[in-house]
Design a protein around this ligand. Sequence first.
Ligand SMILES: Cc1cc2nc3c(=O)[nH]c(=O)nc-3n(C[C@H](O)[C@H](O)[C@H](O)COP(=O)(O)O)c2cc1C
Length: 221
Amino acid sequence: MDATKIFFERHTIRKYLDKPVSKEILEKVLTDATRAPSWPNSQPWEIYVATGDKLEELRSAYLESFQNQETHTQDLPTPKGWPEYIDNRIKKSYAESFKSMGITREDEAARYKNWKNNYQFFGAPVAVFLCLDTNLSDWSLFDLGMFANSLMLAAKAHGLDTAPAASSVSYPHHIREVLDIPENQKIIVGIMVGYADVEHPYNQYISSRVPMEEVVHFRGS
Ligand SMILES: Cc1cc2nc3c(=O)[nH]c(=O)nc-3n(C[C@H](O)[C@H](O)[C@H](O)COP(=O)(O)O)c2cc1C
C-alpha cells in the first residue's frame, strides 16, 4: 500500500470482529513502530500488549468500574478545557460521528451503549498500552506520539485496524494490576488493534479535517 493510501485509509475503528490477530503480525507491526524517531534516539516507550485471558480480565474489571461510575484517574490528566476554535472542531466531530451512528441527543440508551463500548476496548482482540517512565520530560511524550502513529499506520499496512483511546486508560489501576506494570511507569494511552467489523454502524464515520491551508502557514518566496 502506498503511503498516502495508508494515511487516508486509517480510521479509528470502534467495533471489531471476533477474530484473533496472530502474534507474528503483531510482532511485525510493533517492530515497524520501533522505527519511530525520538530525541536523541532515547526510545522512551514501554509497551504492554494485552490479549486473550489478560484482556478479558481487564474487560471485566473495566465493566465493573464503568457500571459503578468509578471516577477516572488517568495517569495523564484529561484536558480541563480547550481554546474556543479547537473546541468547535471537537464539537463538530462529535456531532458528525453521532449523526453517522444514528444516535440522537435524546437517545440516552444508545449513548450509554456507545459509551460502554469505549470501556470494553471496542471489542478488540488486542489492546496495546503505551507507557513512559515517570521521570521523563514532555519531549518523551512527543516521541511516544510518533510511536503511536507509526504503530497505527504499520497496522494498516499489515491489514489491521486500530483505535487510539483515552477512555481505555481511564482506570489505570486495573491495567497496572492485570498487566503487572511497575509504579514508575505512567500509562499514557491505549491503542486497540484488530480486524474491523466494517458493517457496524459505529464504523461508518469518516472524520473530516480542516483544510491544510487553514493550519499550514507558508512564509517566504
Ligand atoms: C490521544 C487520543 C485519544 C483518543 N481517545 C478516544 C476515545 O477515548 N474514544 C474514542 O472513541 N476515540 C478516541 N480517539 C480517536 C479520535 O476521536 C479520532 O482519532 C479522531 O476523531 C479522528 O478520527 P480518525 O482517527 O478516524 O481519523 C482518540 C484519539 C487520540 C489520538
